[in-house]
Ligand binder design. Structure first.
Ligand SMILES: [Zn+2]
Length: 72
């Protein structure tokens, strides 16, 4: 079963799982600007949640750097 991209409005499937490292994971969470509908705080990814390749800069890909300008 394909895992759909966690970014709001994005319909792609597949991609990269959220990093386990807390700082980095927080950067991703801030970058995608997804809100938890219950807490109204930042949405928290589960083990299997992914962000598709469309949100990464090719050059930064291996550094797990999310492309912030794609979320404005
Ligand atoms: Zn996506």
């Amino acid at each position: 079963m394909p895992q759909y991209c966690s970014v709001p409005g994005c319909r792609n499937s597949g991609g990269h799982k959220f990093p386990e490292e807390r700082e980095l994971q927080l950067r991703w969470r801030v970058a995608i600007k997804r809100r938890d509908s219950t807490t109204k705080g930042l949405w928290k990814p589960g083990k299997h949640d992914v962000v598709c390749a469309a949100h990464f800069k090719e050059a930064d890909y291996r550094f797990w750097t999310i492309r912030l300008d794609n979320f404005q």
